[in-house]
Ligand binder design. Structure first.
Ligand code: IVH
Length: 698
């Protein structure tokens, strides 16, 4: 060491001070990052401080604090978990299984009766919370430091999982103190450990890669709750740390000293101030009407939440009233869980069919014994592709878990283990190597999960889908040309290619079974009307692989004329915004085939036309760079018209509200998207405001 270093080296207690300071600073920034989702310093700066603290702790282990952020990860694998006796039992709550609004009404009625309130007495105040679908956890803090985390177990005895729980960034290792809110001597915080849906998907994706690489003992998880439970009960804390968990606080166990609150709402505010995440959607409300409103509002938001919930929870707000209500058979009378219809159910696989999509993609579909799940009766569930079907090992006769969350296509999550042992199982699924509809060869290209029928428009299944795609509202729109009619037309051999549609005529249509003259005339009129279209709609309608609505618009804007597009080279195609090599190649391949060019020519010859487009680059783009979401019914503009206007002004239109949304354009009867916008603080405008924005550049 240099002599000058010797002299400038700080005294040791300064190092100890620096360690304490780093602990505090890191704790603050971890809270900003994990709990508030509002980091104040770049990750690299945090890492730098973290490493500085780590180095100091290695040099001076005697000064390492138990709540140091370096202590989240680490430790050796355990042999098992110690049993912990809860200081205050972890009770469960009564579940209201009536998923209708009446379930909320019934709870309020019971509370009023127990409190002997007269019918005209004031309404009871409630806190309304989400019922998170995870694992209940008790976190014990002594003098503000996390000393123990335990699972609920049987309510009286749980398991000590401190080592794993410390790895959850959202859980403070030390309570945040402030002059307004001192830290209690003992505080047990209760809440739910859960896994976000996006974290769950990413974890399963990683697991799939591991399995594909032949790593032993790895498996994918059935749902976020199972994945969370697996992580919490992991004996190796290093593995637990790699499984992304989150936490919401909703109550307390043992509390000694320094907490002075009169309501559950105040308690939640205190938990927030001590550094715990409390769900933003938590609210206070009055009477049965308030509970019903919350149940309905959250019900419509449910599918858009980043995590799973299986219901909502109502709690009487005033702690004095909670005490008066007390308990019955180990359940509090002051709280209830009000469920939503389950998103997962069990049913039996009757058959596994293969469906042919518009681009020839073959999809295995499980035919199921009808089951009510996620609010509808489900009889089909996708198995995605051959690999998925084989990985999940779904077979005829199996009992399976079906999941339907929101508008997502129902899927088979897993086979229940008992089925796997049964001798009556069908055989392992294999994708047929010929198309089940037209008998053409089905091929699986390298690096692709899907088999495709090579029959093209020779395949009646592809032909039907191609016609439906062309006739849909967002393409050229032939009103009344639905699935049944297309089936009839193709099966009768009346339509081989798209232009055949326009050669049908009244006589051929009216001759079809179950087709009245009036309906036949309607179809003729609709076909006539569809001839007047736009270039983007026409391009989208052609069904070129990888060319969706947005790409069709970009292509139309760029080339202006369809002939220019049909003759464009790869280089020219790649000049278009958002067109990469895959899309460019697909367009080139499409127009290189003589029969596709012939279809375009013939459609034009049949009278399909569109207005010439203006040179795109000259038009002003007052909304460039912005993203809009449209919801509800607008006073004058149709949804498509509004979308066209917004896009023509350079902005994007998206289907769901996120933090990146610039504006939500709302009309009457706007639903969950509007709620979501308010929740995220996204600006909401009406049609008049949109029109103003279009006139004046922002
Ligand atoms: S309160 C005495 N609030 O649901 C009241 N529980 O049986 C104790 N849960 O095991 C529970 N979200 O895991 C409460 N906002 C919430 C909840 C919640 C989920 C779970 C918890 C408990 C079960 C209730």
């Amino acid at each position: 060491m240099h002599t000058s270093d010797l002299f400038s080296a700080p005294p040791l207690d300064a190092k100890q001070q620096r360690m304490a300071q780093l602990c505090d600073v890191l704790q603050h920034h971890a809270h900003q990052y994990y709990v508030l989702d509002a980091p104040e310093v770049p990750d690299a700066v945090y890492d730098q401080w973290f490493q500085e603290l780590q180095a100091l702790e290695v040099a001076h282990p005697q000064w390492r604090r138990p709540d140091s952020p370096t202590q989240r990860v680490g430790g050796k694998p355990l042999d098992g978990f110690d049993t912990v006796r809860h200081a205050v039992p972890m009770l469960s709550i009564r579940t209201e299984t009536d998923t209708e609004s009446s379930g909320a009404q019934a709870f309020d009625t019971r509370v009023r009766k127990e409190l002997e309130l007269e019918p005209d007495a004031t309404q009871v105040e409630y806190v309304t919370e989400l019922k998170f679908d995870g694992l209940a956890m008790n976190l014990r803090y002594e003098a503000g430091i996390l000393v123990q985390a335990a699972t609920r177990g049987d309510g009286e005895y749980g398991e000590d999982v401190t080592q794993n729980i410390r790895t959850i960034g959202q859980i403070p290792l030390r309570l945040r103190a402030s002059s307004a809110l001192p830290v209690p001597d003992i505080l047990e915080v209760r809440g739910e450990v859960y896994m976000r849906r996006d974290d769950f998907e990413a974890l399963n994706e990683r697991q799939r890669e591991r399995i594909a690489q032949g790593e032993r003992g790895e498996k994918t998880f059935v749902n976020p709750r199972n994945a969370a439970a697996g992580a919490v009960r992991q004996l190796d804390p290093a593995i637990a740390a790699a499984r992304p968990l989150s936490f919401f606080a909703y109550g307390v166990g043992e509390v000694r000293g320094g907490v002075d609150v009169a309501t559950h709402h105040e308690l939640l505010l205190a938990l927030k101030a001590w550094g715990f995440p409390v769900a933003d959607l938590t609210a206070t409300t009055l009477g049965a009407a308030g509970l019903v409103e919350f149940h309905q509002r959250i019900g419509s938001l449910r599918d858009t939440l980043p995590y799973d919930i299986d219901g909502v929870v109502y709690k009487v707000n005033k702690l004095a009233l909670q005490q008066r209500l007390g308990f019955v058979s180990r359940e509090p009378r002051w709280a209830v869980a009000h469920k939503y219809p389950a998103q997962e159910q069990l049913t039996t696989v009757l058959a596994i069919d293969v469906q042919v999509g518009r681009t020839g993609k073959l999809t295995p579909v499980a035919k199921l014994a009808p089951v009510f799940v996620g609010g509808v009766t489900v009889t089909n569930a996708t198995l995605h592709n051959e690999d998925e079907a084989r990985r999940k090992d779904v077979r005829v006769g199996d009992t399976v878990i079906v999941r339907r969350a929101g508008d997502v296509i129902p899927e088979v999550v897993a086979v229940v283990p008992e089925s796997l042992a049964s001798a009556q199982r069908g055989s392992l699924f294999t994708m047929p190597h010929v198309c089940p509809v037209c008998g053409s060869v089905a091929v699986r290209e390298e690096d692709e999960a899907d088999y495709r029928c090579t029959g093209g428009l020779f395949c009646s299944a592809q032909r039907k889908q191609a016609i439906l795609h062309f006739a849909q509202r967002r393409a050229v729109e032939v009103e009344g040309l639905g699935e049944k009619l297309v089936d009839q037309l193709v099966d009768a051999g009346l339509i081989h290619t798209l232009p055949d549609l326009y050669r049908l005529g009244f006589t051929a249509l009216a001759a079809l079974e179950r087709m009245a003259d009036k309906s036949a005339q309607n179809v003729v009129d609709a076909l006539e009307k569809s001839k007047e279209t736009t270039l983007p709609r026409f391009l989208f309608g052609l069904g070129i692989r990888h060319v969706g609505e947005a790409t069709a618009k970009a292509l139309a804007r760029h080339f202006g004329l369809i002939d220019a597009l049909m003759d464009a080279t790869m280089e020219q195609l790649l000049e278009v915004n958002d067109v990469g090599p895959t899309v460019a190649q697909s367009i080139r391949t499409f127009f290189d085939q003589a029969h596709n060019r012939e279809v375009v020519e013939q459609l034009r010859a049949c009278g399909i036309h569109w207005p010439a487009l203006e040179a795109a680059s000259d038009a002003p783009k007052p909304l460039a760079g912005l993203t809009f979401v449209i919801t509800g019914t607008l006073p004058t503009l149709g949804r498509d018209a509004a979308k066209d206007l917004i896009e023509a002004a350079g902005a994007k239109v998206s289907g769901s509200v996120s933090k990146k949304t610039s504006y939500v354009l709302a009309g009457s009867e706007a639903g969950s998207k509007l709620d979501r916008a308010r929740e995220l603080g996204v600006a909401v405008i009406d049609e008049a405001a949109l029109r103003q924005m279009l006139e004046e550049p922002t």
